[in-house]
Design a protein around this ligand. Sequence first.
Ligand code: MN
Length: 430
Amino acid sequence: MSIRINTALIDELNGKLTAGLDEDYAALGNKLARHGMDIEAITARAIDFEVAVPSWGVGTGGTRFARFPGQGEPRDVFEKLDDCAVINDLSRQTSSISPHFPWDAVDDFAALVEKSENLGLTWDSINSNTFQDQPGQEHSYKYGSLSHTDQATREQAIAHNLQCIEWGQQLGSNTLTVWVGDGSNHPGQAHFQRAFERYLDSMKTLYAALPDNWEIHIEHKMFEPAFYSTVIQDWGSNILAAMELGERAKSLVDLGHHAPNCNIEMIVSRLIQFRKLGGFHFNDSKYGDDDLDSGSIHPYQQFLIFNELVDAEYRQQEGFGPRYLLDQSHNVTDPIESLMNSAIEVQRAFIKALLIDRPVLEGFQDSNDAIMASNTLKAAFNTDVSPILAMARLRQGGAIDPIATYRASDYRAQIAKERPDSGGSGSGIV
Ligand SMILES: [Mn+2]
């Protein structure tokens, strides 16, 4: 049985906050108007902004050391959808779900589509999984999948990806995201070029089988589970593979999959320039692939990434239209709260980037005025756009304060009664 957040509760709590919000919204509107900006136009963009939720994100994650299960975790994809609906009902910007196969595979995809439609949800990019062995699987991925030295293992990995596309078509998706754990742990273990050639051969087979309206997104990752080298280690290997495959192969940027202090916004710019930016996995990190909540560590970096994205939109860059998805692991928080918070933080970065005065910035760039160029970005970043985000939620029937409303609903305790601990939910680090 689905439990939804009672709309009367949302209205009641919103009612207590509306007067204050109206005041803050009017003050911000006046401030923006002084700089020639129309707050209503910006709020309209906030209303349109969407970021997809990963199906695996609604379960409690874990580390290489342990996983501490949360209360009332979803036990299958149908229950994951219920949690995703709560996130969207309150935040109103996460109406699509990114599934992971075979974790989310079901016998009856029509039933899954029917349930998602009833909840007002759609399906975004699908993710394949050749980084772990499934029960009964003939060939092991211990030493790789799409780049494995053994042809039969590579063919098995290709077949799984083709199966994922077929499942994705039943869900109405049009993008396959491929991340492989292939790599090596010891210098000399793998021949870099031959492994990359085998990967490209496998990907060419997949690309040839891609339905006409589909794209394939390649996700790179610097390390883990392979700790010396990975086949698609960085954006360089990624864009090379995407260029080798063709127009409908693009690169996906997971913020946590780079070296610390890497200039991710410049990578984003390069991918945009060569029409290879497929999308994002938003999260945040302090040390590596930490999968922390978006905007929790480096909010300025996230803003600078959106500066590039809004700039591409402003310049009407051809072929620009990346997909926005979250990819996080929630170890110590309620995943529903983390995902609502993160979706709002990603939206916040987008809205702040909209405030950048681009002609003025371009002038400072052309006259080599470094201080004023930097200050132009900071002026946008330092503007508190919370009233715009809250107003966007309110006008769509969401919550002015999503976390307070979620807590008042007692959803977690209620749903836990229907979901006895199963000991596992197919969630974890990705
Ligand atoms: Mn990812």
